[in-house]
Design a protein around this ligand. Structure first.
Ligand code: EPU
Length: 421
C-alpha cells in the first residue's frame, strides 16, 4: 500500500492550478443516465471517485471514455438499473444514480451505503423524497429497490439541507409529471452547477442555489457538453497550506465566490488573501491568530475544510474552538494530529485547540479524505519526517496532490509502503 513521506519546514511558494470539483463531477456524470446519447465533460479531475462513477455508468450499459480531463459518455445503451454493493461501498456518492435511474428506467436497485468514518450518513431523506414523488421503495438484502410507473411532482421538505439528497431529487423530478418544490434544499455551488447542466439538457429548474427549488417536469431531455466548476475544497486546502507554511502561493483557475467563509476565516487568522478574478494569492508570514469556526451547510463554513483549519489552529497563538455541526463524527483526524504534537481536546461536537510552538513528524494513518488532507498539511510544518499510510483516501479527492505540493517547493514523495493492515 502506498504511503506519503513529507519532510516539513519549507514555506510553499509558486503557483498551483485548481482542478475540476469532484463533488460537482459526480452528480453531473450521474445525470447522463437521464437520457440516451453522447455527453462530453471538460475539466474533469482524474480521481478515484470519478473513475468509480464511470465504472458504475459502464455497469449500467453506458460507454465511458476518458482522456486528459475530457470524459465522453454515451448513455444510449443504458438498460440495467442496479448499482452493486462493490461499487457503492467504494463510494457512497454512487447513490446519486438512484434518482436518474428511476426517472429514465422507472426502476432502480441500489446497494444501501453503510456508515463511514465521518458518521452514520443515512439516506432516509433521499428515499422519503422519492416516495413523495410516487416511488414504491423497499429495502431487501441490503439493497434499496425503487420503482414507479410514473413520478408525479410534489412538495418535499428536507429536515436538514442534504447535498446529494437535493441532487438526487432534482434529477428524479426533472422528468416527473407536474411541479416539484424542494424546501430547505442545499445551496452548494455544486447544486447550481448540476441545475445549469440539467436546464441546458431541457429541464425547467428554477432558483437552484436558494433554499426553495422549483422544478417543472418536462417530457424529454437531450445530451449536452458541460464543464466542471473549480474544486472549492481543493482550493481551500492549498490556501490553508500557504498560510500554515508562511508561504506565498498563487492559486489559479479557482472561484473565490465559492470560498467566502474560508477567505474570511483565513484573513481573521492573519493571512493575506488577495483576489483577482479566478486567481487567489495567499501570503502567510506573520503570527497565526486563533479563530473559532463552526461548520454549516453552504454558504456557511464547509465541513470539508474543518480538518485542514484545525491544523492551522494547532499552530496559532491561542485557543480556538471548532464546532462541527454537519457530521456527528468528523473529528477522527484529532487522534492522528495529537500524534504529531497538536493539543486538541474534544467535548461533544466541539474541539478545543491550543496552539503549540511546533508539530513533530511521526507515522500517522489517513482515515477519510479531508482528514488525510489535514495530515499532509500538518506534515508540511512538522519537524523531521511525517509518514502517512492509507493514502488511497487522498486519491479519491485530490488530483496529483504530491506533484502539486512538490511544484510549490514541498518535500513530499509517494513511496511503495508496507501494507498498513
Ligand atoms: N443526512 C441525513 N439523511 C439523509 C441525508 C443526509 O440524516 O438522507 C445528514 C447527514 O448524515 C449529515 C447531513 O445530513 O449529517 C448533511 O449531509 P449531506 O447529505 O449534505 O452530505 P452528502 O450529500 O452525503 C456531500 C459531499 C460531502 C460533504 C457533504 C456536506 C458529495 C459527493 N459529498 O455529502 O463531501 O462533506 O455533502 O457538505 O457531494 C468530501 O468530499 O470529502 C465529502 C465527504
Amino acid at each position: 500500500m502506498d504511503e506519503i513521506l513529507i519532510k516539513g519546514g519549507y514555506p510553499l511558494k509558486g503557483e498551483v492550478r485548481i482542478s475540476g470539483a469532484k463533488n460537482a463531477a459526480l452528480p453531473m456524470l450521474a445525470a447522463t443516465i437521464l437520457t440516451g446519447g453522447g455527453f462530453t465533460f471538460e475539466n474533469v479531475p482524474a480521481l478515484k471517485d470519478v473513475e468509480t462513477i464511470g465504472r458504475l455508468l459502464a455497469e449500467l450499459g453506458a460507454t465511458v471514455a476518458s482522456e486528459s480531463g475530457i470524459v465522453r459518455i454515451d448513455t444510449a445503451g443504458i438498460d440495467k438499473f442496479e448499482a452493486p454493493y462493490d461499487l457503492v461501498r467504494k463510494m457512497r456518492a454512487s447513490v446519486l444514480v438512484l434518482g436518474p435511474l428511476l426517472a429514465r428506467l422507472k426502476r432502480a436497485r441500489v446497494s444501501l451505503p453503510g456508515g463511514c468514518a465521518i458518521g452514520a450518513r443515512p439516506i432516509n431523506m433521499h428515499l422519503e423524497g422519492l416516495a413523495r414523488l410516487g416511488a414504491a421503495i423497499t429495502l431487501e438484502h441490503g439493497y434499496v429497490e425503487a420503482s414507479a410507473e410514473k413520478l408525479i411532482g410534489a412538495e418535499i421538505f428536507f429536515d436538514v439541507p442534504t447535498v446529494t439528497g437535493t441532487e438526487n431529487l432534482m434529477m428524479a423530478a426533472v422528468l416527473a409529471e407536474g411541479t416539484t418544490v424542494l424546501r430547505n434544499a442545499a445551496r452548494e455551488p455544486e447544486i447550481i452547477a448540476l441545475a445549469e447542466m440539467l436546464n441546458r439538457m431541457g429541464a425547467d429548474i428554477q432558483d437552484a442555489g436558494s433554499p426553495v427549488i422549483t422544478i417543472h417536469g418536462v417530457r424529454t431531455l437531450k445530451p449536452v457538453t458541460a464543464r466542471i466548476i473549480p474544486d472549492r475544497i481543493e482550493a481551500g486546502t492549498y490556501m490553508v497550506a500557504a498560510a500554515l507554511t508562511k508561504g506565498n502561493v498563487r492559486i489559479t483557475d479557482a472561484d473565490p465566490n465559492h470560498l467566502k467563509p474560508v477567505i474570511h476565516k483565513l484573513r481573521e487568522a492573519g493571512a493575506h488573501v488577495h483576489l483577482d478574478g479566478t486567481v487567489i494569492v495567499v501570503k502567510g508570514g506573520g503570527p497565526i491568530r486563533s479563530v473559532d469556526i463552526k461548520t454549516l451547510p453552504y454558504p456557511g463554513f464547509p465541513t470539508d475544510m474543518q480538518a485542514q483549519f484545525m491544523v492551522l489552529m494547532s499552530t496559532a497563538g491561542g485557543l480556538s474552538i471548532i464546532s462541527e455541526t454537519v457530521f456527528e463524527n468528523r473529528f477522527i483526524h484529532v487522534s492522528e494530529l495529537r500524534r504529531l504534537g497538536a493539543d486538541i481536546t474534544i467535548s461533544g461536537n466541539h474541539a478545543m485547540i491550543k496552539g503549540v510552538s511546533r508539530l513533530s513528524g511521526a507515522p500517522v494513518m489517513a482515515t477519510d479524505l479531508r482528514a488525510s488532507a489535514s495530515l499532509v498539511l500538518a506534515g508540511l510544518v512538522a519537524d523531521n519526517t511525517t509518514r502517512i499510510s492509507r493514502i488511497y483516501h487522498l486519491d479519491r479527492g485530490y488530483e496529483t496532490i504530491e506533484e502539486k505540493f512538490r511544484g510549490l517547493g514541498a518535500r513530499i514523495e509517494r513511496v511503495k509502503g508496507e501494507s498498513a493492515i
